[in-house]
Design a protein around this ligand. Structure first.
Ligand code: ADP
Ligand code: MG
Length: 326
């Protein structure tokens, strides 16, 4: 697919989880983890998804891969309606859509050599003969900047950054078109984060990859994303080109997220953007704009009516009455 065409389209995605024990009774309350999200990703680009913990980023990524079944919505990948696929068809499709997790230690089996971990997707999808797979594993390790001789070693022998490289090699094994990178550097030392972000960029060019890059902070996405979507309580509240979003964020929530960047201490930054701990992850639906209880510019209409996500400049959408009435 030529760069610039839409590889992935997400329409009105919703995922509701029952709140509390749903074992014996029909749940009365639901968490709207993802609450009507629409966006698309062009081939060859990196779309960032930012927002504080609990805003629905991971659930969005998992729904796209169908690791979690969405409650409703439509997901079109490379012209295929993913939610219409039968399980067997989806399994075959999954080689084109891969995931990189935050914590490579948790996603790598400690009892398997890293060579075996990288080879596993090839075995599952019956790619190549045994000797061909061994050659492929060595090439994959080299591709992510690791010594191919490491194949016989175990995850505990490696640093966090090296383990994440193994996780990336594993995600690349089936030559996917699209990768969900869910906080891929959040668990790493700051000094290592840039190396892994760089590697992801190099691999993107080398293999023509398209990324959905999930992050709770905005600093990381600035360098890798073409466009960024901002999520708040399961909704997309702003979406635009990275530069526009950083230079002129329109949503007050985006402004809060951005204002936490200049602080060199990431812990302090995190504190500042979370003045009220986690956002209310309850079944209580906030009337009006979901951000209004925290918004410094709240107006009367914000308490009663929910602002729709509107394109107010070419390619720049925002869900805020202040921005759309200005
Ligand atoms: P993020 O990745 O932005 O931190 P998540 O997508 O993980 O957010 O979570 C969004 C909301 O959905 C949170 O309130 C979370 O508690 C809830 N949630 C996520 N996964 C589940 C689950 N398996 N069961 C119940 N609630 C869930
Ligand atoms: Mg998450």
């Amino acid at each position: 697919m030529p760069d610039g065409q839409e590889l992935l389209q997400v329409f009105d995605l919703e995922k509701h989880y029952p709140l509390g024990s749903a074992l014996f009774a029909r749940p009365k309350h639901w968490v709207r983890a993802v609450d009507g999200v629409s966006f698309s990703i062009r081939s060859g680009e990196t779309l960032g998804l930012v927002g504080e913990s609990g805003s629905g980023k991971t659930t969005t990524g998992r729904c796209i891969l169908r690791l979690t079944e969405p409650t409703s919505g439509r997901i079109v990948f490379d012209g295929v309606d993913l939610l219409a696929l039968r399980p067997r068809e989806m399994r075959a499709m999954r080689r084109h859509l891969q995931v990189i997790f935050q914590d490579p230690y948790a996603s790598l089996d400690p009892r398997m050599t890293i060579g075996a971990s990288v080879e596993e997707p090839l075995i599952i999808h019956r790619v190549g003969s045994r000797p061909e797979r061994k050659v492929k594993v060595r090439a994959l390790l080299e591709d992510v900047g690791l010594d191919p001789g490491f194949a016989s070693r175990y995850p505990h022998e490696f640093s966090g950054g090296q383990r994440q490289r193994v996780g990336i090699a594993r995600a690349l094994a089936l030559q996917p078109k699209f990768i969900v990178a869910d906080e891929p550097v959040s668990a790493l030392d700051v000094s290592v984060q840039a190396q892994i972000v760089n590697l992801l960029q190099v691999l993107q060019r080398r293999h023509g990859l398209t990324y959905l890059f999930i992050s709770h902070g905005m600093a990381v996405v600035q360098h890798i994303c073409t466009r960024v979507g901002v999520m708040y309580l399961g909704k997309l509240v702003e979406l635009g080109e990275t530069e526009a979003l950083f230079e002129r964020p329109l949503h007050p929530y985006t402004q809060v997220l951005r204002s936490s960047i200049p602080n060199p201490d990431p812990e302090a930054g995190r504190e500042r953007i979370r003045p009220q701990a986690d956002p209310p992850a309850t079944a209580e639906r906030i009337p009006g704009c979901p951000f209004h209880p925290r918004c410094p510019y709240v107006m009367e209409e914000c308490r009663v009516q929910e602002p729709p996500l509107l394109e107010i400049r070419p390619g720049h959408k925002v869900a805020c009455f202040l921005a759309t009435s200005a």
